[in-house]
Design a protein around this ligand. Sequence first.
Ligand code: NAD
Length: 493
Amino acid sequence: MSKKKTTPAQVNFATDWSYAPAPESKDHVRLQNRYELFIGGKFTTPKSGRYFDTINPGTEKKLAEVAEANDEDVNIAVVAARRAYENVWSIMPAAERGKYIYRIARAIQERAREFSVIESMDGGKPIRESRDVDVPLAAAHFFYYAGWADKMDYVAPGKKVRPLGVAGQIIPWNFPLLMAAWKIAPAIAAGNTVVLKPAETTPLTALKLAEVMQEAGLPDGVVNIITGAGTTGAALVNHPGIRKIAFTGSTEVGKIIQRSIAGTEKKYTLELGGKAANIIFEDAAIDQAVEGIVNGIFFNQGHVCCAGSRLFVQESVADIVIRKLKDRMETLIVGDPLDKNTDIGAINSKEQLNKIRQYIKIGINEGGECYQSSCQLPSSGFFHRPVLFTNVAQSSRIVQEEIFGPVLAVQTFRTVEEAIEKANNIPYGLSGGVWTDKGSKIFKVTSQIRAGVIWANTYNKFDPTSPFGGYKESGVGREGGLHGVMPYVEVYS
Ligand code: NAD
């Protein structure tokens, strides 16, 4: 008797299998309805009497209202910082200063879950990223610079250094807590006091950090956090009591700041925009390179100054790289930032979503071929599918201008020289990536591309010991490592 043959059921992995929702709990997060300014160690109502809403870009719902600092509030914060500088912080033994900074680092670690959830709710980034990248790196910066506090005598061998006074610090919305750590940690380790202004769409983790400062017992006024938009930032920049401006944000605003402080003795560092080239040679490990391309451009929805937003693929492997990339893009999950399966969260604001859509229209009108993954998008919130453009020219606006979204422009090249020439033909110079099996090619490319950071066979690796910053229109100065302390001190013999 013959057995009846059965055909095995066909499973289509692209459509039949999906992940069950895995949302991170919000139960442990305590948000207030209203946040005041953090000045002189206390939360104080603004003299302006004004507040603005901060919303969750994943749901479009209001999270809290936040004080808007006017000129008078800025002045009160700078005076509080100056008083703390003169009476406490600059005269405290350096090792004691270091202890406070270690405490801040530990408190961030202890409250890591709370920080990650709030960061994802306020800014839209996937919880996996805020949990595994933003918050641990923020703690790592405080740990690292705590170690510098009592070693200031060694930052400039043979010379002495002293702190500057009050630093005014202004940060963007793409890495709110991490940027606050990049700014505050080296400044206070070197003996300065600070007034920090977070971006208007993402103020909540900086205000939580203010609670950490209180918990750590940091002397009043050493760190002041004021909220508001561009006018608040401008008031801080122009305040005569500020000795140093540390700004991270757009090139456009960076230029305004540079102009407005010209002729003053204010020191400055400007960490501005970017349009990095990620270069894939034919001898690269292709599958790894494809992962690197995905990480380079779709990490944090592409809201990354060092995003690998221009892809250069050697012509001989262009077809296979683009095919694999499209396949991989189809697997990316766009959705709820608090879901642990999410790869691409919410675009930070309606304004930014409109900007991305506008650039996609520009790319298509310029003759670019636009490919978007076919994934479902949530019905509310600001979301965008990952996008890839081919058939673009070096002169295309989507190749030359920073979009700050999940949009990749792909070009091909034949020789190493051509790749270098094209990579450098841009107003920016912040970062880059090179993928090849050959060490000699890595040395040639990395030494000839004018960018502050270049990764080889990897992308988006950050460490507090490593300086970060740009050439050309990507800015002035470096943050991270010893380089990150230097802008906060005056060197004298
Ligand atoms: P943005 O320049 O619009 O705003 C940045 C900050 O500056 C915000 O806090 C804002 O309120 C404030 N601001 C606005 N106008 C001001 C003014 N006239 N004076 C003083 N402050 C003012 O930038 P954004 O859209 O928030 O951030 C995105 C930009 O930041 C991108 O260009 C990105 O590349 C850049 N960025 C650079 C780095 C780096 O390290 N190079 C890191 C992250 C982001």
